[in-house]
Design a protein around this ligand. Sequence first.
Ligand code: IMP
Ligand code: MG
Length: 200
Amino acid sequence: MAAERETDQKKKRLHEDVERVLIDEASLHARLSEMGAAITAEYTDKDLLLVAVLKGSVLFLADLMRRIALPHEIDFMATSSYGAGVASSGVVRILKDLNKPIAGRHVLIVEDIIDSGNTLAYLMGLLEARNPASLEIVTLLDKPDRREVDIDVAWTGFSIPNEFVVGYGLDYNERYRNLPYIGILKPSVYAELDPENPTE
Ligand code: IMP
Ligand code: MG
């Protein structure tokens, strides 16, 4: 059937939907090695807990933690600030909290991207109230032009322009997380996947 063939073709498309690669795989991994070394130096002899914010930061976490040459633990939180589209709602919900208390521990939040800053401002307040020994942020990407609240970020992988990006964990409508690079989608993709919110 024609409709089934069309669905199959959409499933196969991945790299074809990308208009442009913003950060290639080699650049990502080179920067991650630098960040891993810096974090290793900072947390030597400290009880380090990496808190990754699901789901976007999972690829970043997996590659970063292999470059932190110290014993450490990981835990996860899940928040929701975006709906299905590309515009921030400014509303943060906790979908999953940490499994264990963090009092007295050195907590490093691992985030995929800081956009408005609303998600991290909320998370920082929430975690600070639990009395960790320290609380810092490492983010792979930062869009400084979009900031609505001030956030103190200890390590940033790359500052990027105000464009919606996908890949290396980042999604559009839950897709494209498996791209090994950071890319920008073709405008036609938005119109097709989000018919309520068409872009040119
Ligand atoms: P903030 O609260 O506005 O800083 O939003 C942060 C979250 O929005 C990130 O953790 C991402 O999940 C999502 N986000 C922001 N910008 C992008 C983007 O360009 N691509 C994919 N997700 C994004
Ligand atoms: Mg995120």
